[in-house]
Design a protein around this ligand. Structure first.
Ligand SMILES: *Cc1c(COP(=O)(O)O)cnc(C)c1O
Length: 423
């Protein structure tokens, strides 16, 4: 079957993400989306199980978001944010401050998750410099963590995980340790903080679910311990809610389940419901206060060209309208129950090591995936779009998914494992 002309013309010129281009199988040409459907150029329609890296939380092409973007497009697609401000960004900042816990109320916009984490790191380090404390320029982050692909964020990802190992020589050295899940790991972290606390600017963690590092879950008690330790040793706590924010774990933000407030939070992914690139670094008032000064060097010197893009902010505002008007968290609970029920069938299949569900995240972990390409092809042949990685097959569907569509996804996963495509 021949693809469209633009595919043949363009493939020699495009460089794809996370891909060995010498052996890449032809990617699937997508031409249209709607709801949980991805339409391919040859007419096939795939049911989407992962909502484009878990961004499209209301499904694709939601009319309310489309209308908000069209209206903003006609009015003002973009204007620089240096010296100028606009309603979509200020309204969005006001609304985020209102729904975020505690006094997380000062919002710095960027255009990707990695950059939001970079800004959080800069803020954490400069917070100490501005307060006249020197030498606090390292972070504590965790095995299994993922915070982005840029240079500063690679340095706080799990170093063993492989994706960034080539660069280890040029990355700044931080402390990457085990999450304090038990007595031993808690004691080790406490020792690190008591011995090296004066080098540490902040603790950085993805709350409840470490996403791209393997969809690993931990309990709210782990976050409570981190908050306690951060307070005890006087370091900042940064929560990277880029994966977990906006309902994915069952509450609007994962930290709500632990009843804690971080000093800095990063948001992106579902912030615009997957329609436009946008990210935010949000700080509590005491963090922001450290940047208020007569000294011009105490300002935050950061400003992406497209920061606070009005179209992206309009998407995010429209997405928050939908969270307010429609029962999204109830839908997440229903998805959670249905995935728990239906993925349980995988538990007794060969090579299945674990099945776990939290909020609208369902994971089947295998011993190993022998032939990833064969597995991916088998899933597409069953009419679903699911992207296994390393040893896991996961679902992060739109919250608006219909139960029948979700069943199609869970049965496709069960079937490929039963047929041995994963083994
Ligand atoms: C995706 C992700 C990032 C990076 O976001 P990009 O927009 O891809 O740069 C950072 N942290 C977490 C937890 C993520 O899931």
């Amino acid at each position: 079957m021949r693809g469209p002309q633009w595919l043949d013309d363009g493939m020699p010129h495009i460089w794809l993400p996370y891909t060995q281009m010498q052996t890449v199988l032809p990617p699937l040409p997508a031409v249209r989306t709607s709801g949980c459907d991805i339409h391919l150029a040859d007419g096939r329609v795939l049911t989407d199980g992962i909502a484009s890296w878990w961004t499209a939380c209301h499904g694709y092409n939601h009319p309310h978001i489309r209308e908000a973007v069209s209206a903003q497009l006609a009015r003002m697609p973009h204007v620089m944010f240096g010296g100028l401000v606009h309603e979509p960004a200020l309204t969005l900042a006001t609304r985020l401050a209102a729904i975020l816990p505690g006094d997380l109320e000062r919002v710095f916009f960027t255009d990707s998750g990695s950059v939001a984490v970079e800004v959080a790191i800069k803020i954490a380090i400069q917070y100490w410099i501005n307060r006249g404390v020197s030498g606090r320029n390292r972070l504590v982050a965790f095995r299994g963590g993922y915070h982005g692909d840029t240079l500063a964020t690679m340095a706080v990802c799990d170093p063993e995980e492989g994706m960034h190992a080539l660069f280890s020589g040029v990355l700044p050295q931080h402390y990457i340790v085990d999450l304090p899940r038990d007595e031993a790991s808690l004691a080790a972290l406490e020792t690190l903080l008591s011995e090296s606390g004066d080098e540490i600017a902040a603790i950085l963690v993805e709350p409840l679910i470490q996403g791209a590092g393997g969809m690993l879950f931990h309990g709210p008690d782990v976050l409570q311990r981190l908050r306690t330790l951060a307070d005890r040793y006087g370091v900042l706590l940064i929560l990277d809610e880029i994966f977990t924010g906006f309902g994915r774990t069952g509450t609007m933000f994962a930290c709500e389940q632990a009843g804690i407030v971080p000093d800095i939070m990063t948001l992106s992914k579902a912030l615009t419901a997957g329609t436009m690139p946008l990210a935010a670094t949000v700080t509590r008032s005491h963090v922001f206060a450290a940047f208020l000064s007569d000294n011009p060097l105490h300002a935050l010197m950061h400003g992406p060209t497209f920061m606070a893009n009005p179209l992206a902010c309009a998407c995010a505002n429209a997405s928050l309208d939908l969270f307010a008007a429609e029962p999204r968290l109830q839908q997440v609970a229903q998805i959670s129950a249905q995935m728990t029920d239906e993925l349980a069938a995988c538990r007794n299949l060969p090579h299945v090591r674990d099945v776990r569900v939290m909020g609208a995240v369902g994971v089947v972990e295998l011993d190993a995936i022998a032939d990833m390409n064969r597995l991916k092809a088998a899933l597409v042949a069953l009419g679903v779009w699911v992207r296994p990685f390393r040893t896991i097959i996961y679902l992060t569907p739109a919250f608006t998914i219909h139960p029948d569509e979700l069943s199609r996804l869970t049965s496709a996963i069960t079937q490929v494992i039963r047929d041995g495509a994963a083994g």
